[in-house]
Design a protein around this ligand. Structure first.
Ligand SMILES: Nc1ncnc2c1ncn2[C@@H]1O[C@H](COP(=O)(O)OP(=O)(O)OP(=O)(O)O)[C@@H](O)[C@H]1O
Ligand SMILES: [Mg+2]
Length: 234
């Protein structure tokens, strides 16, 4: 069975249909991407799969568990599905040190040896333990995004949802973060659902990509098609 199975997903905001009859499956270990122009519904799909957007119709299974619309994620699902946002500020409290921000999810989930785990998490994303003593504004944009990734990985999730994780970064930092994400995926056997508007990023990262327009999945691209550049629209 696929790690993620989405069937006939629909999300509406009042009169507006943000996602219409979207169906796709993501196999374990895959990087599956969503592409398409601004407002086509990419983030909405990620937010549904992260349990942040709870009003939806259709059927979704994640890690063999059937999601229920309207419900919070609990238990294994809460650990196993994590999201990285475009803006790392979104997951970092401005008045908390990095170490404190990283400690919190571990405490909530009743973990022990928190200091060691925080240091290890920083090391995994290429930051020194010293970075833990700083506040978000004392880090560079790339360092902040590394912390956001460390935070998402603390609970060893199986599925990582990446919403434009590098689009706020300059080109060289972007490449570093993408390579880091690929390395961590190998190390931990994760599955990625990636959103990016950058065709190069998509081709570099993805096994398959779905092209969306106006809330509808219009086309799927496999690696071969992406290597030929078929996903480069316009
Ligand atoms: N909470 C909300 N309330 C009302 N409308 C919303 C809400 N969230 C999203 N929408 C609308 O749903 C549509 C899809 O939004 P979504 O954020 O999924 O697009 P996107 O593909 O991620 O775009 P972008 O590339 O700009 O991030 C848009 O028209 C957006 O305005
Ligand atoms: Mg978006």
């Amino acid at each position: 069975m696929a790690l993620v199975e989405v069937n006939q997903l629909q999300v509406t905001f009042g009169e507006k249909t943000a996602v219409s009859a979207a169906s796709f499956a993501i196999e374990k270990g895959e990087t599956f991407s969503l592409i398409g122009e601004s407002g086509c519904g990419k983030s909405t799909i990620l937010r549904v799969l992260a349990g942040l957007q709870r009003d939806w119709n259709g059927s979704i299974a994640v890690l063999d568990e059937q999601l229920k619309a309207g419900c919070r994620f609990e238990g294994a699902l809460r650990r196993n599905v994590q999201m990285v946002f475009q803006d790392p500020w979104a997951s970092l409290h401005p008045n908390h040190t990095i170490a404190r921000t990283l400690s919190e999810p571990l405490k909530i989930h009743g973990e022990t040896q928190i200091t060691e785990k925080v240091t290890d998490a920083l090391q995994q994303v290429g930051l020194s333990a010293d970075a833990g003593k700083r506040y978000p504004h004392q880090l560079s944009g790339g360092q902040r995004q590394r912390v956001a990734i460390a935070r998402a990985l603390l609970l060893r999730p199986q599925l990582l949802l990446l919403d434009e994780p590098t689009s706020a970064l300059d080109m060289s930092v972007q490449a570093e973060i993408l390579n880091l994400l690929n390395r961590l995926k190998q190390q931990h056997g994760m599955t990625y659902l990636l959103v990016s508007h950058d065709a190069d990023v998509i081709a570099h990262m993805s096994d398959r990509a779905a092209f969306m327009a106006h809330g509808v999945i219009q086309r799927m691209f496999d690696r071969e098609a992406m290597l030929k550049g078929e996903h480069r629209m316009g």
